[in-house]
Design a protein around this ligand. Structure first.
Ligand SMILES: N[C@@H](CCC(=O)N[C@@H](CS)C(=O)NCC(=O)O)C(=O)O
Length: 211
């Protein structure tokens, strides 16, 4: 299998953490995502992935899977151990809810293409974009903290094993700290992120800072 990735990308980090938890090795191809000449904008990459985003996983049979959550679902099916979704139906739904609250409602408002589009609008510069990013991460993680606080029973979002919820949450906490937010304001999230960081699969695949 081959993973198209960028190590700055928290969506990529989710997939790399899942691969590492499962002990799966894949070929990796770097796709640049910043700037007008980013590889993700080029026709060659768009021909492969019309969304022009990372991550994307090319399976052994040549099928391209886009979207980090779909890729993780696929990995969970082809390599079921350790499971990344809880077996109990309500807990399973909760793990997916937390993952989607971050992937769909926080992260979707932050990628480079959003910042570039905002900066093209009159009166919007880097400081306004930074403020936009802080606003959505802050509001989004505050809601996720409240969701987790209502249900948490163990070291991770669901019980004592990392699930898809932690895999999506952890990179977002790294991103939150990177834009100047103090993650200690979300005590459950901060504690869970600490437990994640103690696991090499998480620590070694955390998103890196843009140069
Ligand atoms: N919902 C997608 C998000 C993918 C995404 O936005 N990836 C970012 C990097 S984190 C990207 O490729 N950005 C390129 C751009 O914004 O131009 C997923 O979960 O895979």
């Amino acid at each position: 299998m081959k993973l198209y990735l960028n190590k700055v990308s928290s969506a990529t980090a989710r997939v790399r953490i899942a691969l590492a938890l499962k002990g799966l090795k894949v070929e990796e191809e770097l796709v640049t995502i910043f700037g007008d000449d980013a590889a993700s904008r080029r026709p060659e990459y768009r021909a492969l992935n019309p969304q022009g985003l990372v991550p994307a996983l090319l399976t052994d049979s040549g099928w391209l899977i886009t979207q980090s959550l779909a890729i993780i679902d696929y990995l969970d099916q082809i390599a079921p151990e350790p499971p990344l979704l809880p077996a109990e139906p309500e807990q399973r739904a909760f793990a997916r809810s937390v993952a989607l609250a971050i992937a769909a409602e926080i992260h979707a408002l932050l990628p480079p293409r959003i910042g570039a589009r905002l900066r093209s609008l009159p009166g919007v510069g880097p400081e306004e974009v930074a403020s936009w990013n802080r606003h959505w991460v802050s509001e989004g993680l505050s809601a996720v903290e409240a969701l987790i606080a209502r249900r948490r029973t163990g070291r991770f979002v669901v019980g004592d094993r990392p699930s898809i919820a932690d895999i999506v949450l952890f990179p977002q906490t790294v991103g939150a700290a990177r834009i100047g937010l103090d993650t200690a304001q979300w005590p459950n999230i901060a504690e869970i992120a600490g437990h994640c960081r103690a696991i090499p699969a998480f620590a070694e695949n955390a998103p890196v800072s843009p140069k």
